[in-house]
Design a protein. Sequence first.
Lengths: 168, 390
Amino acid sequence: MKRLLLPAAFLALLFVPIEGIPVAGYVRGIAGDLSITTLLLLASSAVALAGGPKLHDRRELQALAAFVLASAAFLYPMALGLTSFDPYALGYPHRMRGFLLGLAPVALFAWFRGRLLLLLAVVLALAAFRFELLESRNLWDYLLDPWLAVCMLFWAGFTIFGLLSKSR
Amino acid sequence: MKSLEGRAWALVSLAAFASAFVAAFVDDAPVSSDPAFQVARPSTSTSLVALEGETRIVSSGSPVSVHSATAVEIAGGRIRAFWYGGSREGAKDVAIYTAVFDPLSYAWGPQEVATTREETARDLGRYVKKLGNPVVARDSRRRLWLFYVSVSLGGWSGSAVNFRISEDEGATFGPARRIVTSPLLNLGTLVRGPVLPFEDGTLGIPVYHELLGKFGELLRLSPEGDVLDKIRLSHGRSSLQPAVVPLGRLEAVAFLRSSGFRPKRVLSVRTENGGRTWSDLAPTELRNPDAAVAALRTSGGEILIAFNDSEVDRGNLKLAVSRDGGRSFTVLLTVNPPRPPWPPGEVASPELAYPWLLESSDGALHLLYSWNRSRIVHVRYRSPASTGLP
């Protein structure tokens, strides 16, 4: 239980108000909001840290990283105005259908191959979107955020680098 | 062979993701996904012949830096304006100010603070560094919507759009809410142009993106303030601050500030399907020095536009009219800057910027703009030819 002390103290610190806004508000202001997928990864890390089962082994992370990185590559450049097509708009309620048709094969793949983390990420993101748990009304923001994409990019880079040096 | 536990997990997870998909599919928004613009029927037709302008100063001169006026007609034919002001643009003390114009006494009331950075930060539960452009609209339920820009990180390219709703014509406002419009930490979206009501009660909010790219977009908001859709008006890195003018139920034209576009002209895009898709950017004949324009469809069906007729600076402001849906324009008049009751040092490089146009129900036209970023100026234009005027 000792190793939980530091994270708990850190968590408590986030609620300390400075000039009427909690520290978490400053972090939020600068870093934006985290997606459900990121929260899921943080939660599964916390569970593992507390001695519980580890959800995110390499196989699980590979599937999730592939999904997050492919989504990020599709989403971010065009959302910044590269084309007249705006993939981000697909995540708003009025354009949901096409998005869900695209997401269904991902969830089906995760189910068939037993990739629990990816399946959980998709299902929890959809449920959270339905109940409007985040400030955003766009499904993309429930599935991924730039921090997650950057972390996954680093993780994928290190993994590939590790595999390459092993095979030498 | 799979264990019983494994089968149970497979079934439960399949059921979970099937129900999540079905739930997300269910669309409970009580609005139409076939958009059509609400076009006001002419009541008092405003004549644009021999317009006579009367100038009033709206802001008090303190704070010293003011910019980006917006206004709407409220009960009793009064006009409520908002603008931002502070010790300088982007300073921490910038707040959104408001004042009310009474057409009977023909005077602006005292300016008041409508919302502050601290108040917004508290409502949003997040740090806010500065405030920017406001845009006001009045919906069919007579609520005032005050949209405004806030920045938590970096310059204007780090902007997000917020809104507050007033049930009492702008005297008091409910809590601030942030609209999420970008996947990159919600950075880079600003408001400036007038709100466009749709037939089904949803609101079209013209916004623009200013992070790496520079382009216009139209947000569609439910009456509760949830984003239902976002439509790109342009893309690339050369257009800003769309002012959308509905021409019919399904037709509209948007005029955009040119920012890096050659030639330096006011840009336009068109839709013929209620804003679902828009044409490519095309220059109009009006010059543009990378400055905001205001556009309005008058009750007579003409398009009125206020623009800086220059490729270099904002030293003049003109009104032009189009009778062919924004394809060609005739200049009506050059706006006379206010006579200076202030120190001569202040007028070194006079700038008439960020116009806002409004037609009131008494048939008068109203232009608001920022003069030298130190005063908000109001000009009421009336024509002797208009009906119902003294």
